[in-house]
Design a protein around this ligand. Sequence first.
Ligand code: PMP
Length: 361
Amino acid sequence: MSLPSPRPDRGALEGYHSPQLDVSVRLNTNESPYEPPREFVDAWLEALRQVPLNRYPDRAATELRRGIAAALGQPAERVFAANGSNEVLQTLLLTYAGPGRRSLVFEPTYALHAHISHITATEVVTAERAADFTVSPTEAGLVIAAERPAVVLLCSPNNPTGTVESRATIEALLAAVIDHGQGLLVVDEAYGEFADESALELVADDVPLVVVRTYSKVWSLAAMRLGFAVGPPSIIEELEKTVLPYHLASATQLAGREALRFDSEMRARVDTLISERRRLAAALERLPGLTVYPSGANFVLVRVDGDGHALWQRLVERGILVRDFSRWPRLDNCLRITVGTPEEDDALITALREVLTEVAA
Ligand code: PMP
């Protein structure tokens, strides 16, 4: 007897998964180093106690969407919520891409953009970022005009490089998408709150633009799996038709709603992480043999002048896990470091200083 083979067009996800090693300092998956406030957890659990568990959740996630929309100064009809921004992206591609359609990604970027394209049977067109990892609006415009992708996926701040695209670049991409008449620009702002630029203000009812965000990083709620999209109501309605009914558990919806009441605590965390990112980047710049790329996210990409993988290994031996991108195209010898607590970052800097001296000796 033989078992069936899976669809051959799903692509491979090899190399994406970050090893989950048991180390004391984990700076590899861009989570917040801080747990959410205790008062939030108590309020959420209290609210959860009132939920009739024999009933399905609110299918339209009405209160959650209303809350997210109010926090962003947007109408609720422009908000779609799902299990993490990955599910939001998958729903977007299932709805607007798929067989016979193309997505455009700007490499190097978040691997899931190409992967979700593959699993939704979307053909992936790849454009290259410039040497400083920004997207060239001129080149992007040419690719969009030539390839006519159904969905253009732009990650800003970009994972794993940290690059923030200017408003002018986003407007140029949007103009190119509008020009070809059938496309959708999706700006993945999973790290948007850590940057000065956002495409959120460009969202309008008649513009083919959707901005995607998540509770995983800023709201310290990676465990909850909650993300959302902000876009034209007609697009949001289409996403609702695609996604499975009752996909968002009551517990998740409640967590998202309760978290919004702790907005100032969350903002304080973002501010702390932004200052810590500046301190970390400055300390890394002072170390010999490292190039530090500018970042608008909660991580920093560095290029090692030498064997990046060997350096990664030596850090693991010292109980510090960062993300190894050293064998990725265009990212040779690069490591991505998530901003941690000051103590974690100090441990990393001390270890790096020792290891770099050893490697140089
Ligand atoms: N987009 C980007 C750019 C990311 O880095 C991540 C998290 N690694 C996600 C989306 C997915 O986040 P989540 O599904 O946790 O919301």
